[in-house]
Design a protein. Structure first.
Length: 322
């Protein structure tokens, strides 16, 4: 297959390029060249900004396009319009943040989404991210109908993760010493970027239409604590603190203590996705590979997410002396 990827040089797109090339597909990248410009020298790159340079794709034909970085409806509308007659399938990477209530056990891919943002909305924040993606999904379906495929991943983890959310725990275990963790066994919404890439490739190869969640029901804090303990060995202990302590000390979910949501984010069903070809690797494998990558990169605290060394020690002292 000939596949165009909008993006493709940072994290989600990077893993997809690797997966597609391993399957023998012909890949074209459309990106700004601001990150990973030296990656994939064997792949055709068309440099340009999706806001102003879509005309550089004119006159070309691909079997499919994968949009890894569509955040605003106006952007997605423009790319759909430009590619309507140039691609057979439009695969859009959305998010589970489109769901209004992830604790609803009747949730499915066809129900329960947030009210969509306006077409011209351009204010991206934690509050607007979900509604913006809802409208982006609608735009793709309006243009492509049964030629549209939507994938809604949870927290994406694995090597090359520039957000450092899951990476924080691998770096923390590598560092050693007592580690502050939440006292919980709650589920963790997340999927390894390589499993997500393999699922996208499979959907493209099969020409599968529809909307699919990308999550791993096997991810939870019980297993993450076990993985952390094994990685830490005798170089320290896990110090579990209650949610009340974290809230009182203004530790934010997601970024303050990565993967901790204090029950605010539930997992989404993946029965439909598994039936369509989604497979999962273990949390231990994701952790090990991410830790190896982070160590090779020399990543150390402070990171983009998680506690600084000083803040963690301050919290440990406060908890142990309370």
């Amino acid at each position: 297959m000939k596949i165009l990827i909008i993006g493709g040089t940072q994290f989600v797109g990077r893993a997809l390029v690797v997966e597609l090339l391993s399957r023998g597909h012909e890949v074209t990248l459309f990106h700004r060249g601001k990150t990973g410009s030296d990656l994939f020298p064997e792949v055709e790159s068309i440099l340009g900004d999706r806001d102003s340079d879509l005309d550089r794709l004119a006159g070309r034909k691909w079997d499919a396009v994968v949009d890894t970085c569509g955040y605003y409806p106006r952007q997605v509308d423009a790319s759909c319009k430009a590619l309507l007659d140039s691609v057979d399938r439009y695969l859009f990477i959305s998010t589970i943040s489109v769901y209004a209530d992830r604790d609803n056990n009747t949730l499915s891919e066809d129900t329960g989404t947030l009210h969509p943002a306006m077409q011209d909305a351009d204010d991206l924040s934690n509050e607007t991210y979900g509604p913006l993606k809802v409208r982006c999904e609608e735009v793709v379906r309006e243009y492509f109908g049964d030629r549209a495929t939507i994938v809604r991943p949870g927290l994406i983890i694995g090597p090359h993760d520039h957000t450092h959310r899951f990476v924080y725990w691998t770096v923390r275990a590598e560092e050693g010493g007592d580690i502050l963790i939440p006292d919980t066994e709650e589920p963790i919404t997340g999927i390894d970027v390589r499993d997500l890439a393999a699922f996208q490739a499979h959907l493209l190869e099969q020409g599968t239409p529809g909307t699919f969640n990308g999550d791993n029901p096997g991810f939870n804090w019980r297993d993450l604590k076990e993985v952390l303990a094994n990685a830490l060995g005798d170089r320290g202990k896990l110090i579990a603190v209650p949610a009340e302590f974290l809230v009182e000390n203004e530790i934010r979910v997601w970024t303050g203590l990565p993967c901790w949501t204090n029950g605010t984010v539930g997992q989404v069903p993946v029965i439909k996705s598994v039936a369509a070809g989604l497979t999962h690797r273990s949390l231990a494998e994701s952790f090990r590979d991410t830790q190896t990558w982070a160590a090779d990169c020399g990543l150390k605290r402070p990171l983009k997410a998680g506690l600084t060394s000083e803040r963690e020690q301050e919290l440990l002292d406060k908890f142990q002396n309370s």
